[in-house]
Write a protein that binds this ligand. Structure first.
Ligand SMILES: [Zn+2]
Length: 109
C-alpha cells in the first residue's frame, strides 16, 4: 500500500534500512514500503554523466550494454540524500538520489 497523498505533498520518504546482497539491493522506506533492486537494473538506471547526456538528459548507456549478471560490490551513503554504488563492471560514478530510487521503486509496481 503506498501513500500517494504523502508523496504528492513532497514529504520526505527516506530509506530506513539498506541491505546489500551480491546482485541486488533492498531498501526499506520510512513509510514501510520495501523495494528490491537488481544490480543490473540499477546499473542501467545510472544517472551519471557517462550514462546520461548532461545537456539533453538522454540516456546514452544502452540497456543491452549491461550484463544481466551484475554484482554490487559496494554501497555508500552520500550525504543525506543519495546512495552511490560500485558495480561489478567497475562503474561507480553514479549518485542515486533517494528520490530517484523511490521513483524506480514506484515503477516496479
Ligand atoms: Zn554511470
Amino acid at each position: 500500500m503506498r501513500n500517494e497523498s504523502q508523496l504528492r505533498r513532497g514529504a520526505a520518504v527516506m530509506p530506513v534500512g539498506i541491505e546489500q546482497e551480491t546482485d541486488a539491493l533492498t531498501i526499506t522506506w520510512s513509510d514501510n514500503r520495501k523495494c528490491r533492486y537488481a544490480a543490473a537494473d540499477l546499473r542501467r538506471q545510472c544517472p551519471c554523466a557517462q550514462c546520461v547526456n548532461e545537456w539533453t538528459g538522454e540516456r546514452t548507456l544502452r540497456p543491452e550494454a549491461v550484463a544481466d549478471v551484475m554484482t554490487l560490490v559496494d554501497t555508500e551513503i552520500v550525504g543525506r540524500y543519495a546512495l552511490s554504488f560500485k558495480f561489478g563492471d567497475g562503474h561507480e560514478t553514479g549518485i542515486y538520489s533517494f528520490r530517484l530510487l523511490r521513483e524506480l521503486c514506484e515503477n516496479q509496481a
